[in-house]
Design a protein around this ligand. Structure first.
Ligand code: ZN
Length: 419
């Protein structure tokens, strides 16, 4: 049942608040409400869900639900999230604006007390602004996802706390205060100029609850990890810095893998996987670089490897997964370098006569899309092929594969140095 609130009755003391809807009455008294019906409340087009709990003719509901309802009815009440009670007050923070400005993201808050009325704390994953005064308009604002995920707006008597939850692409931030209020500029996350020692991120595909492909008694996640650890060891011996997105059997979301790479100013990103096919005879080594999938087969592999996103975003259909990954973030230079890196690794695998050479492929992999450095995804072999699966599980063969990957990476980096 939907209740339409028609008008506010009276609010002289907080001891008895009430609203009237459809000729019925809701009285708020202490922590209890006596009402004649339950449901959602619509005010000026916004939905305010009220969770009523029935008990002996009275209904209980939370103050942080009723406070915005009352506020939107024109009553100057707020919810104190610390003391957990409704209090009367007057909104004095006049404006909250956020949005993209050129390549940055800008947040502007204006209030009666000007810039002096605001305190800012910058944390790893959030920016917290505490302002003198109260802001009445929203409790939560959704951001663009890249710079800002969302903003929580919380009140105590006389103070408003804006908690800005940063997105995957948020970098450094700058704070300016002026007479009117505060301006915060969030810059895009950037990789610094090349470090002297290359930093290589090795990403063992899947892990934890996400097993990847499972066939012939083997799990892809286990083989990926073993090969990745060997690749890391060899690369370190070559003198490179190596970062693993996971070094045990834990689940790491795809967005976190990309964030690890972006935050560490990595030079290269290499994701290691095993392939799977309905065709039990399919076998071979192939290297992908990010692009739109050209063939239906390439598309199928992308869907397979992106499926971990299901754990991050809820249940999505394969069609949706492709929708998420195909974007316009690829820069030509990165694409060119990724192609070259893929080329060096694939050539090395061929040179070492590992298995069938399936060549270079292109597809839209989520992890590759969001990293801001040359990146490839390697399918080292087919877990669905009985013989190849057995090989992939052997430490000796894993070492051979690792040598091919590490060797390809080294040749690529040596070649880049000469340019
Ligand atoms: Zn995989």
């Amino acid at each position: 049942m939907i209740l339409i609130l028609t008008h506010w009755i009276s609010v002289n003391t907080l001891k008895g608040l009430g609203v009237e809807f459809d000729g019925k009455r809701l009285i708020y008294k202490g922590n209890k409400a006596v009402i004649t019906d339950t449901g959602l409340v619509f005010i000026k087009g916004n939905i305010f869900p009220l969770s009523f709990k029935k008990g002996e003719g009275t209904y209980l509901f939370k103050g942080d639900e009723i406070a915005p309802v009352l506020f939107n009815l024109g009553v100057s009440v707020f919810w104190d999230y610390k003391e957990k009670r409704i209090f009367k007050g007057k909104a004095s923070i006049k404006k909250f604006i956020m949005g993209k400005v050129d390549s940055t993201y800008r947040i502007t808050i204006k209030g009666e007390y000007g810039g002096k009325g605001f305190k800012v704390k910058v944390f790893e994953d959030s920016i917290v602004i505490i302002g003198k005064g109260l802001y009445g308009k929203f409790r939560k604002i959704v951001g663009d996802g890249r710079f800002v995920n969302f903003v929580d707006i919380l009140h105590t008597k006389g103070e408003t706390k804006f908690v800005i939850n940063l997105g995957f692409g948020a970098g450094k931030s700058e704070v300016f205060k002026n007479k009117e209020g505060i301006n915060i500029t969030i810059y895009p996350l950037k990789i610094k100029k090349k470090e002297r020692i290359p930093v290589i991120v090795i990403d063992p595909g899947h892990g934890g609850k996400d097993a990847g492909a499972v066939a012939n008694g083997y799990k892809e996640k286990d083989i990926n990890l073993k090969v990745a650890l060997k690749v890391a060891k060899i690369l370190k011996k070559y003198g490179y810095k190596v970062i693993l997105t996971r070094d045990d059997d834990s689940y790491v979301p795809l967005s976190t893998r990309a964030r690890i790479a972006n935050k560490s100013n990595a030079t290269l990103f290499v994701s290691i996987h095993c392939n799977a096919s309905r065709d039990r005879d399919a076998r071979g080594f192939e290297t992908y670089f990010l692009s739109e999938s050209r063939t239906s087969e390439e598309r199928a592999v992308a869907i397979l490897e992106n499926s971990a996103i299901r754990y991050d975003l809820g249940n999505l259909k394969p069609e949706d997964e492709v929708g998420i990954i195909v974007g316009d973030l690829i820069q030509t230079l990165l694409l060119e370098k990724s192609y070259k890196l893929a080329h060096y690794i694939q050539d090395k695998a061929l040179e070492m006569k590992l298995t069938k050479d399936r060549g270079l492929k292109q597809a839209g992999f989520y992890v590759l899309k969001w990293v801001s450095m040359p990146s490839v995804l390697i399918e080292i072999g087919f877990i669905t092929n009985r013989e190849e699966a057995k090989m992939l599980a052997l430490g000796k063969y894993q070492m051979k594969v690792a040598k091919a990957i590490a060797g390809g990476i080294r040749e690529f980096l040596e070649n880049e140095k000469r340019r």
